[in-house]
Structure formats: C-alpha cells, structure tokens
Write a protein that binds this ligand. Sequence first.
Ligand code: KMH
Ligand code: ZN
Length: 309
Amino acid sequence: MRDPGCARIGRMAETPGPSATRGAAPGRPGAHGTLITVAPTGAEHAKADVPTLPVTLDELVRTARDCEHVGAAMIHVHVRDDQARPTLDLGRLRETVAALRSETNLVVQLSTGGAVTDPEADRLRVLDALPDSASCTMGTVNFGDDVFLNRWEFIVELHRRMRERGIVPEYEIFDLGQLAALRRLLDEHGLPAGGHVHVDLVMGVPGGMPGDAETLVAALRLLPEGATFSATGVGRATLPVLFASLAAGGHLRVGMEDTLSYARGERVRDNAQLVARAAGLARVAQRPPLTPDEVREILGVRLPAGAPS
Ligand code: KMH
Ligand code: ZN
C-alpha cells in the first residue's frame, strides 16, 4: 500500500512550476527568523593542523554551549576517537548525544555521512544512537580527490530507518540533481519523521555545485513545496552563500567543518565566532536567530522513541 503521505508528495513531485518558485520567498515556514546550525568539527580536518578544532567530548560540549549562547539552535555532529581521528563508534555517539542533551537545549543532529572511507553499515548504525536529527545525503558526489558514495538503496534505507525511529532527517544536497533524487525519495517512500522536509544545500565542495547566488536560486525551484532549506558555503563560498541564503528566506549552517578562514589572511578563532557573525547578519536581515524550541516546532522534532530524555 502506498504511504498516506504519498498523495501530498505526488503533488510535490510534479515538475516545479511558478508556485514552487514563489515558495522560495519569505513565506517558507520559519522564515520570520533564521535557523543557525553549527557544524563544529567534520571529518576532514586534522587536529594537528587546526588545534582549535573541538574533538574531545569536553571540547565539543564547551563549543556547543558557546554556540547556543550566541544564536545556534542545532548542532551537526561528527565525533573523533582518542587519537582525534573520525569514528562512528556507537558508544561514543550515544555518550555524545546524551552529553549534548544534558548540557544544552540544541537540536542534536548526527552525521550519517561520516568520513568518505566509512562503510555503509557503520553509517546506518549511527541512527541507533537515537539523535533528534540526522543527515541524509541524496547522492554520490566527487569530494575533492575522493568520492562520497551514497547509493540509492542506501539512501532509501537511511530514510526508512529514520522514519521507523522518529529521527528527523536533514537532506544534504551537494549538487542540483540530488534535489530530483529527493523528490523521487519522497514520492516513492513518503514524508520523513516529523512530516516536514528540511534540506541543507552544501555548496562549493570541489566536485559539487558551486557556492554562489545563481546556483542557490537555481536550487530553490527544485525544492519540494513547503520545504525549508539551510545553506552552507564551504571555504571561500562561505560568505556568498550566507548572504544569498538570508536574502532568499533560507537558513544557515556555519562552523569549522566547512570554514577555517574568517577573513582574508585571518584564521577562524572558534565556532562561536562564526555563529556570532551569522546571528548578527541574520538580525540585520530582520530574521533573527530562531530558538531551539522554535526549530523543533518547525521541523517536527520530537524525542525519538526509546531515547533517554
Ligand atoms: N564528511 C563528508 C564526507 C554529512 O555529514 O552528512 C560528508 C559529510 C556529510 O560531512
Ligand atoms: Zn558533516
């Protein structure tokens, strides 16, 4: 039997017309304010090269508190092992989710993207840590000199398990064709947990879509109707994407996962510096930072079944 969500999704999957384009205006849910997500660590940078990168649980919790204080509402988390290497160890992920829940009010999102070398089984197991939200990348993309592999069956399995557990996905989009894949996913497998579609446009990865205003606008007409979106510009795309997203009624993801340079010739001091800048610009745009509880309401985030509160 087709999922009850499919009637609505069937309409979404039609070729986007003028009404989908109109949806890009500040009429999107939550567009009176700005969801600021911090992505503090990632899987790519080495602690030896970036000594201020938060890699221990203590460093992560301290960063999370500082970022919440200056306007973040969600945290996108990659964890590291004792040698500061990326890991998807389930015990460590559970401990991290618990610590962030007890020390902050942030919406806790775990990465299922991991590092480019992580096997699918380990990436799926991330969901057993029962975060509020998890990333779900909508296709394979060249990633610098590497390949970030996301097969169709794997994507469907992530989506299915998140629905089962009540974890709200953030669909990560590295290239425009991945928005067509998102429409197919929703059409064939129904709305995600929470009943709302939220997308993050990850722009400026070498191998993916460029990080500029024209490409962001092109992405908007491919978004499912009623979806919200954040945008992330990697490296030198950070500021063009931030301004374009704010102007288009979108939300922001910032952090040291994506950005290590604050200005020409100036290294980022810490994640809170990037969040504070995003929050200041969001206020200037008359779209001040949304609180974590406002974000829960917009994205449909509830504590996943079985998760310790
Ligand atoms: N580290 C990248 C290979 C995600 O977190 O879901 C993938 C990534 C996306 O960062
Ligand atoms: Zn990530």
